[in-house]
Design a binder for this molecule. Structure first.
Ligand code: GTP
Ligand code: MG
Length: 204
């Protein structure tokens, strides 16, 4: 799939919010600071002029942000969909009340969006998954949502660290290696594979 154009299309900040339009949606979820906004920018080819805000302080993405994407599929057809950047969960410095509120918004969104074609779940490749990651994996399974798992920041690991850590994360989450993509927003590794997987989510 080739990305032709990307525009910020709006945000939802509470349970009364609505998507900006009726195109299919692919949501991106993960812990705060996992590299979600960086991945969205890299994936959409917006590394020079970012569409998604990348944080120096974690917990930056507080709304559900929609990016309107126009693309061409591998078979040459025009495709249009929303990339949906969900708030990062589990950031300790955010007050408990706010965290609970975000969690509610995320679950409401995932549970009630008919146009949602799948979820790209990000896991930091360097860190062993936490309870909140496991809960997300369970939630996605139980909700029968098509899911891809992206291991982020792989450029920060040496070759030998990486092989061991990837195996560990996959085992710890009980996910399938075929559903897993190793990704780096810094080098662009994994981008083509992720675009291909997203194409099959939105076209099936
Ligand atoms: P919040 O929205 O604050 O929850 O964070 P986020 O998940 O959107 O993460 P963001 O993309 O803002 O990145 C967090 C930090 O990790 C930033 O300092 C990024 O530069 C860095 N980072 C993100 N992806 C990568 C990567 O693939 N490689 C390296 N080396 N650093 C990365
Ligand atoms: Mg972010």
């Amino acid at each position: 799939m080739h990305i032709n154009n990307v525009e910020f299309a709006g945000a939802i900040a509470n349970l009364n919010g609505k998507a900006p339009g009726s195109h299919p949606q692919v949501a991106f979820s993960g812990r705060s600071n996992v590299g979600k906004s960086s991945l969205v920018n890299r994936l959409l080819g917006r590394t020079r002029t970012a569409v998604a805000r990348v944080s120096s302080t974690p917990g930056k993405t507080r709304e559900i942000n929609f990016f309107d994407v126009k693309a061409t599929t591998s078979t040459g057809e025009a495709a249009r969909f929303y990339v949906v950047d969900l708030p990062g969960y589990g950031y300790a410095k955010v007050p408990v009340g706010v965290r609970v509120e975000w969690q509610k918004v995320i679950e409401w969104y995932l549970g009630s969006t008919k146009e949602l074609k799948g979820v790209v779940q990000l896991i930091d490749a360097r860190i062993d998954p936490v309870t909140a990651d496991r809960q997300m994996v369970e939630y996605l399974e139980q909700a029968a949502l098509p899911a891809l798992f992206v291991l982020t920041k792989v450029d920060k690991l040496t070759r030998s660290e990486r092989a061991a850590q990837v195996r560990k994360v996959i085992a710890s989450l009980g996910i399938h290696p075929d559903q897993t993509i190793e990704f780096s927003s810094k080098t662009g590794e994994g981008r083509d594979q992720l675009l291909e997987s997203i194409e099959s989510l939105i076209t099936t």
